[in-house]
Design a protein. Structure first.
Length: 768
């Protein structure tokens, strides 16, 4: 607190500077003249970062005061508590139960060898790894097996740091060279399956252990073999490779958010990343435009800005530079009363935390938010979906959702109750869209353990009579009951926005491997599936999940969409998993086949076994196709993993990248609609639709619209429908180009954005 007192006067100075800067009108074409970015070692003016210091002190205090009973991921502290509890325990059964919990917390804390020692002690005290195998003894064996599997992963990543060891189907360069721990895992899983032959989760993990050693499928006993045909790459989709390590983008951390955007407006997309741990530093990487990235975190003034499970970016103050919102406290219930952070982009490669001065300071657990100009006044507003149920303690909490209206002067006013959006629920996804093409943004909300909600924006003459009508039931979009990420998109290119919302079955969080095995074995599913809702054009939707091939169990967390193969139809990537260490299942990729069905292409390099969180799409090398950045860490303290970057190998198809700048509408052009009409070599006319946003609700993609056009030879017409002005139509636009469109300006500008080749050598592993 002393630190905060010492800087209050400086904070006032910083606030004055901030408010005055909000009134400055930016140049119309600022991106054409790159600004001077502060040097990595430059001395940063302290007054610009007073509020950053205050937020850093606040977050440090939260970290220092965190208690293990309020934070399920403080596993070392939880282990210490259990150790003390064990010493006071009476009775053998009570001691065994506490010792098992202690061993589990050691594993979750990343103290794997200690966990193995304790688990082996438990088994020695209960007769060793031999019959009789009761359900009580099975949980000890499960812990022993997954600890060996995790240890093998740790040992081999340290010896051979490559993501290939975690991507199914595992290739020779990823085989575990230190084999002892995986071999012991095989022994224990074999014992479990002999005693419990219906344990499909152990069956799947047994196959994973053989994969790690390069002994799959030939050494797997036939009765437990997962058929290798289900793990084969697609014949008609290229292999995507992870190139994060040579670019120093392989941040090692926990679950977190990711954002791809051109933050310094030099024509190259940059990357911003967070990690869930209370002391985990955010990371800001500038794209240098020569195929490399530089860690610009400290030079950007971000030292001490820590934690955060998700990020969403937008230009909230209309100065031409994208700003960043960090969301914190998710899944922690009462222990999650953490502040979010709004980082204002200063336009010189630095950011100022303006959470307090902007009026956004609140203390609710959340990981989801969405930007849109809901009242069409030209300024982006902000919906934040908060969590009102703490599952780990089954306590009912009341943390209403928030809606912040943008005052246009750098500040916001909270108005959720006035318009009926102060919802109470376990809100895990939120997305703005326009279901009826009236240019008023509507809001879809995913409630994890409740009916999902669709609020249609009916408008009003002022905030006093503004109305949102909830039509979830009438529109047919309330399912699934257990849901997580969601988004609006036009998956079938018919000009109406559809809805995707994924399932996340809370009843089966310890059975993720079991459900994966069910699918691989071709057995009927038992858990919640996602929903794909096709817009009927009349404020109702049709559930087309099954007919499009998406009736699968996904356990989606991080997720986003984009056009990976430049065929003009939107594909999507799902980061799978649950906090459990046993949730070693592939992340998943689905290719959109002409808006009619989805083909799974997971095994084309996307089947990463670590947990998938913040996922962002963007053309990082300016070659006309979208690359993907993914945060891969887990939730528990010791579930660390390296983030990955998939470089897109697509070649030969036509594309166009579009940057929009609003005048009457918000500067980012969020919620502007694009219609691209093309002609291919056979004379066929095709039409593709896009809506400007950052994509899925767990990950933030570039607002630059990167549109694949299949094999078009000509763009006959490009139409832009802005939120606040008449449509603009451009004829005869060149394909394979980067273009800039300003609201109201009938002259389309072509940009020179040279393609770069991403570095494939150098770097290091585990940047933290």
């Amino acid at each position: 607190m002393k630190l905060i007192i010492n800087v209050i006067s400086l904070f006032c100075l910083s606030l004055c500077i901030f408010l005055s800067s909000c009134q400055q009108e930016p140049p119309d074409d600022r991106h054409r003249a790159p600004v001077k970015v502060l040097d990595e070692k430059a001395e940063i003016p302290s007054e610009k970062f007073v509020s950053n210091i205050i937020m850093a002190a606040r977050l440090s205090e939260i970290n220092n005061k965190a208690q293990p009973e309020d934070n399920y991921s403080l596993n070392k502290l939880r282990a210490q508590q259990l150790q003390q509890k064990f010493q006071a325990a009476t009775g053998i059964q009570q001691q065994l139960d506490i010792k098992w919990q202690y061993a589990e917390q050691l594993l979750l804390a990343g103290l794997t060898e200690d966990a193995l020692r304790e688990t082996n002690d438990i088994l020695s005290a209960t007769g060793g790894i031999k019959p009789p195998f009761t359900e009580g003894k099975k949980k000890f064996l499960d812990l022993l097996a997954i600890s060996y599997l995790h240890l093998s992963d740790e040992q081999n990543f340290a010896n051979n740091p490559t993501s290939a060891s975690s991507i199914v189907p595992i290739q020779p360069q990823g085989f575990h060279r230190i084999s002892g721990s995986a071999e012991k895992a095989i022994e224990v899983y074999t014992t479990i399956l002999n005693a419990f032959p219906d344990d499909l989760q152990s069956q799947w993990l047994l196959n994973v252990a053989y994969m790690m050693l390069g002994r799959y499928p030939h050494d797997v006993p036939k009765k437990w073999l997962i058929n290798p045909s289900v793990l084969k790459p697609s014949d008609n989709f290229p292999i995507f490779l992870d190139v994060a390590a040579p670019l120093n983008l392989d941040v090692r951390g926990l679950s977190g958010g990711s954002s791809i955007e051109d933050y310094n407006m030099d024509g190259y997309l940059d990357i911003f990343v967070t990690s869930y741990g209370l002391s985990d530093q955010c990371k800001f990487f500038l794209n240098k435009g020569d195929g490399t990235f530089t860690d610009h975190t400290e030079a950007a003034g971000l030292k001490g800005i820590v934690s955060g499970l998700n990020v969403q970016h937008a230009d909230y103050n209309n100065d031409g530079y994208a700003d960043i919102l960090i969301l914190r406290g998710a899944w922690m219930g009462e222990g999650g009363k953490h502040p979010n952070s709004l980082l204002r982009n200063n336009g010189d490669g630095t950011f100022t935390d303006v959470t307090d001065s902007a009026g956004l300071l609140s203390f609710f657990p959340t990981q989801t938010a969405a930007w849109a100009d809901f009242n069409r006044d030209g300024w982006l507003d902000l919906f934040i979906g908060n969590e009102s149920v703490a599952f780990q303690s089954n306590i009912q909490l009341k943390n209403p959702c928030e809606l912040y209206i943008n005052n246009g002067d750098g500040t916001f006013t909270e108005v959720a109750a006035k318009v009926g959006l102060d919802i109470i629920g376990m809100i895990k996804g939120a997305s703005w869209g326009d279901i009826n093409n009236d240019r008023l943004p509507d809001l879809y909300i995913s409630d994890l353990a409740g009916n999902n909600k669709l609020f249609v924006n009916r408008g009003g003459s002022s905030l006093e009579d503004w109305k949102f009508e909830e039509i979830g039931a009438k529109a047919g979009v309330e399912a699934p009951f257990f849901s997580f990420p969601c988004w609006f998109w036009d998956y079938d290119n018919d000009g109406f926005e559809d809805i995707f919302v994924s399932g996340y079955d809370m009843k089966r969080l310890d059975l993720v491997g079991y459900d994966a095995a069910l699918e691989f074995l071709g057995n009927p599913r038992e858990a919640e599936t996602p929903r794909l809702y096709r817009n009927n054009g009349n404020e109702t939707f049709t559930d087309v999940t099954a007919q499009t091939g998406l009736d699968k169990v996904m356990y989606a967390m991080g997720s986003n969409f984009g056009d990976l193969d430049n065929d003009g139809y939107l594909d999507f990537y799902i980061g799978t998993g649950t906090p459990s260490f046993s949730a070693l299942v592939p992340n998943r990729m689905f290719r959109n086949v002409e808006g009619k069905r989805f083909e799974e292409v997971t095994m084309s390099g996307f089947g990463h076994l670590q947990k998938g969180h913040g996922i962002s799409f963007g053309d990082l090398d300016n070659d006309g196709d979208q690359d993907i950045y993914c945060v891969m860490g887990g939730a528990y303290e010791g579930d660390l993993a390296n983030n990955i970057l998939y470089e897109n190998p697509t070649q030969g198809k036509t594309w166009i990248n579009i940057i929009l700048r609003g005048n009457n509408s918000n500067r980012s052009g969020i919620q502007a609609k694009l219609k691209v009409t093309t002609l291919d070599g056979t004379g066929k006319v095709n039409t593709y639709y896009r809506v400007v946003n950052t994509g899925g609700s767990f990950g933030s993609s570039s607002l630059q619209q990167e549109i694949g056009l299949n094999y078009a030879v000509q763009i006959t017409e490009l139409e832009v429908t802005w939120p606040n002005s008449l449509p603009q139509v451009f004829k005869g636009v060149n394909p394979n180009a980067n273009v800039y469109i300003q609201e109201g300006n009938q002259e389309l500008k072509y940009l020179s954005k040279p393609q770069v080749k991403l570095a494939t050598e150098g770097g290091h592993h585990g940047h933290h």
